[in-house]
Write a protein that binds this ligand. Structure first.
Ligand SMILES: CC(C)(COP(=O)(O)OP(=O)(O)OC[C@H]1O[C@@H](n2cnc3c(N)ncnc32)[C@H](O)[C@@H]1OP(=O)(O)O)[C@@H](O)C(=O)NCCC(=O)NCCS
Length: 182
């Protein structure tokens, strides 16, 4: 079972490594332009300085590295971003990340925003359609406006259940790792 969980404040430094580890094409799809690692450093400095404006969800591997990250940037306009390391793509992690991030946005009344969505990125378009992200200017543009549905009872119940499962996963992985290195 793979669990998506909220990234804790003292773990934000791992996001920097995650973004830099993406291959060039994935970086292009994630940011919408060809980004240098020095720019990723500058962006991550900002994210780490403004934790309350940059909500992260991650999926980690057994080595506790971030292999998939969903980013909710709460600036003037909310912006969503998703990234899965190349060797982990196509295994359903992006799907789980989308579901969890959208759930968090809906239960926290963050219903409008934008997202980098290149017209060639058919995987992301598929996931948007699947999770009710209404892409408003789904043309050749890089940025797409998004609008999410209001939450219902099921959204709140699932959010509470998944938050608790994530705590169990967090503790379990660290316990197993601790025993392994004893
Ligand atoms: C986009 C991304 C996050 C998706 O993550 P992933 O782990 O590779 O995706 P998944 O394995 O969960 O598959 C997603 C879905 O896309 C579908 N899919 C795969 N290839 C597809 C294609 N060419 N066209 C349409 N749908 C496709 C899969 O069947 C799956 O659908 P399902 O869940 O209904 O079965 C990941 O590929 C990534 O990091 N890409 C680079 C960065 C990026 O594009 N970010 C998005 C913009 S911010």
């Amino acid at each position: 079972m793979t669990t998506v969980r909220r990234v804790l404040p003292d773990e934000y430094y791992k996001y920097r490594k995650h973004l830099k580890s993406l291959d060039a094409h994935s970086k292009y799809l994630r940011f919408g332009y060809h980004i240098q690692d020095s720019m990723i450093d500058s962006l991550c400095d900002k994210f780490e300085a403004e934790l309350d404006k940059n909500i992260l969800f991650c999926i980690e591997n057994d080595e506790l590295e971030f292999v998939a990250v969903g980013h909710i940037a709460l600036q003037d306009e909310m912006e969503l971003a998703f990234s899965v390391l190349t060797e982990y793509q196509g295994k359903g992690l992006g799907n789980q990340l989308f579901k969890r991030v959208i759930q968090w946005c809906r239960t926290n009344s963050k219903l409008k925003g934008c997202m980098v969505c290149l017209s060639t990125n058919s995987v992301v378009k598929h996931l948007c359609l699947k999770y009710g992200i209404h892409l408003k200017n789904d043309g050749p543009e890089t940025m797409a406006s998004i609008e999410l549905d209001r939450p219902n009872l099921g959204t709140y119940i699932t959010e509470a259940t998944e938050s608790n499962l994530a705590i169990a996963d967090y503790l379990g992985k660290r316990l197993i790792r601790g025993l392994r290195y004893k």
